[in-house]
Design a protein around this ligand. Structure first.
Ligand code: PLP
Length: 281
């Protein structure tokens, strides 16, 4: 596997990350996971915008330019001969003193790798379990893709222990937030509902596209605070993420959603619209 690190293409086994990198020492890093369709990154500008916003929050020095990052990603795809792939762009605060003082760090570490994906992923419905861990409304970290994904990892592990594919995290007010690696939507009486921007969620790029696609197709979308009971009473539930696209939920906390067998009609429609849009754009 050929990867990109700090301006160079190297073989993955050849590169050694410094143990003094603050990404490694303190989780002081940011990342984006993107999907390439037919050799092109879907919504690259949106991913880079989200990264830049997070870098401002962390008070980072200037990031490499968008052109440089996009060239890095394209060369990784090309050198690994990949067309349909998941692409991971990681930036860390770089090498510094072994104390949590970002001012001691030099240049950012920038790395890209890509892995092949089948052109279409299985659309089997996922089981989702509500986990104990809450999205902390007072932390800005829930809104960015930081290298501190330990809450998400713990949530996913708890879901797995409960026999589910994905976790449902509530926020510290007890309202619905998101999955450990996905945003959540419910369908009730022909309307789509998703937690609003202040619910302690990552503002998913797939989420935004789904909202736009649904509205353009004449399906009403409500973006607001969502109570957990609403999910339990939903006609359909689905999750979204750049890699998995639109994932139907078959069961929540062991109770089937819809008939629990086939994905609901609106979920299928949104999945189809998204797939067509991503392939075309
Ligand atoms: N929420 C969390 C916590 C995530 O980690 C992700 C993706 O990894 C998402 C939501 C979905 O974001 P996107 O649609 O931008 O991939």
């Amino acid at each position: 596997m050929i990867i990109y690190v700090n301006g160079r293409l190297v073989s993955a086994g050849e590169y050694v990350l410094s143990p003094l990198d603050h990404g490694f020492l303190y989780g002081h890093g940011l990342f984006e996971t993107m999907r390439a369709y037919n050799g092109r990154i879907f919504r690259l500008e949106d991913h880079l915008q989200r990264l830049e916003t997070a870098a401002v929050l962390l008070n980072w020095p200037e990031l490499p330019g968008r052109l440089e990052l996009s060239d890095a990603i394209n060369s990784v795809l090309k050198h690994n001969d990949l067309c349909n792939a998941s692409v991971r762009l990681t930036l860390s605060r770089g090498i510094g003193a072994p104390r949590p003082d970002a001012a001691s760090c030099g240049q950012l570490t920038v790395a890209v790798f890509a892995l092949p994906l089948p052109p279409s992923l299985p659309a089997e419905g996922w089981r989702v379990a509500t986990v104990k861990l809450r999205r902390n409304l007072s932390s800005p970290l829930v809104r960015i893709k930081s290298a501190n994904y330990l809450d998400n990892i713990l949530a996913k592990a708890e879901a797995k222990r409960l026999g589910a594919h994905e976790a449902l995290m509530l926020n510290t007010d007890g309202m619905v937030a998101e999955g450990s690696m996905s945003n959540i939507f419910l369908v009730k009486s022909g309307r789509i509902v998703t937690p609003d921007d202040d619910s302690g969620i990552l503002l998913g790029i797939t989420r935004q596209i789904v909202i736009e696609l649904a509205r353009n197709a004449g399906i009403p979308v409500d973006i607001r605070q969502v109570k957990p009971e609403e999910l339990a009473g939903a006609d359909e539930i689905f999750l979204t993420s750049s890699i998995m696209e639109v994932i139907p939920v078959a069961a929540l906390d062991g109770r089937p959603i819809g008939d629990g067998l086939a994905p609901g009609l609106l979920t299928l429609k949104i999945a189809q619209l998204y797939r067509e849009f991503a392939q075309k754009e």
